[in-house]
Design a protein around this ligand. Sequence first.
Ligand code: B12
Ligand code: SF4
Ligand code: SF4
Length: 375
Amino acid sequence: MTEPQADGVEPPASLAERIVQRASELGFQAVGFARASQPLTTDYERYLDYLARGRHGQMSYLAERPATRRRVDGAAIVPGAQTVICVALRYDRPVHPDLGEPDRSASSLAGSIARYARGRDYHGFMRKRLRQLAASVATLGDSVQARAFCDTAPVLEQAWAVRAGLGFVGKNGLLIVPGQGSWCLLGEVITTLAIEAEAYGTPIQERCGICRACLDACPTDAFTAPFVVDPRRCVAYRTIESTAVPSAAMGQGMGEHLFGCDDCQTVCPHNAVEAPPEDVTAPFRPLSRWATMGLADLVELDESAWRDVSRGSPVKRAGRAGMARNALLVAAHRLRRGDETARQVLELGTDHDDPGVAELARQVLAAEGQKGPLP
Ligand code: B12
Ligand code: SF4
Ligand code: SF4
């Protein structure tokens, strides 16, 4: 709390306070500051180890110009940067049918899509807000440079958020903001502005304790150790980033996941907090198209229909063949559980114009056929 001056005039708020205030106006739920001039050490070494083990798989962008991920104050990011302003934007929504926010169920595609991806693609509106924050930061001094980042630049976002004291990385590999949980997206404004020394954060101790709920909940055993995900085994990678079409046997274990996966967050006790008010997370409200489509529709889409279905949605990243593959894997899961309606989806899949997708459908049907004649 800032004390009024003797003459009753409020003293100007500190730079940090003004940035926090602006970030809050723009809808960010948490803000922290890290010193940009100190390169990353342990996190950078972990990243190099990750590359050396080939964990990036098909995400070749992660391996490009690796040295750029070590520091953010060089030519690649913001020359002369002093401060990384780290923000978190929550996307968890109250679960209520009237809000279109479903549980995972056979009747709704949205329920099989990871929460962050059910609504509009966050990159657009998150970057817009970050750019607005950057514009405000640029007015706080002479010749201040400030750039917005979210997801696409070579910045180890979780590492900077940890350094800013925004939260800690849990055993599920995600940044958890104390009191708010992990259902949040990270972004940064990196700037040449230096703020008050005492406003820079420090890392906080991780608060997982003996819990291991996320490790046990992972459907594909993607954790090689607590805190360490092997993306190549992660459902998010396999349904979003990878273009590989697995064999029917390899594709097992993905369950109902059509796009992304939330299992290691759903079980986390730090997420047992109230969701923000509905209007605050309105852009994450499930798109109405998911309520009217089924798996078969996804398999049948031609290029033009796919453009309409994927417009403005994060699912665009998987591509038409990728989403058809994902739909077939969900159908295979349902068929194995005795849902005969899923067979139709697989039969449609055998005619898919992507040969790999068509082959997957044939393999699943052949494997299921061997289990005995249909009634
Ligand atoms: C590539 C990527 C993926 C890949 C690979 C993830 C990975 N682990 O590398 C895939 C597709 C699998 C993925 C999945 C998801 N992702 Co992603 N992803 C990214 C991206 C673009 C780069 C990540 C990266 O640099 N990886 C490289 C390696 C080195 O990092 P790492 O393995 O994560 O390791 C770091 C920490 O885990 C930690 N660490 C590692 N080992 C240890 C050990 C100990 C003891 C400790 C304390 C820490 C620690 O240090 C490392 C370096 O910082 C970031 C955005 C960004 N630019 O940072 C988003 C990002 C990490 N993803 C995000 C999200 C939301 C997801 C999903 C939840 C999406 C979903 N619902 O399907 C899942 C979660 C999977 C999981 N449990 O981690 C958010 C996470 C927000 C948060 N609260 O942390 C980010 C930050 C995007 C954003 N802008 O908000 N993602
Ligand atoms: S997102 Fe799903 S598959 Fe990936 S680590 Fe978490 S629980 Fe496992
Ligand atoms: S589920 Fe448990 S172990 Fe996993 S991140 Fe949450 S608190 Fe940590």
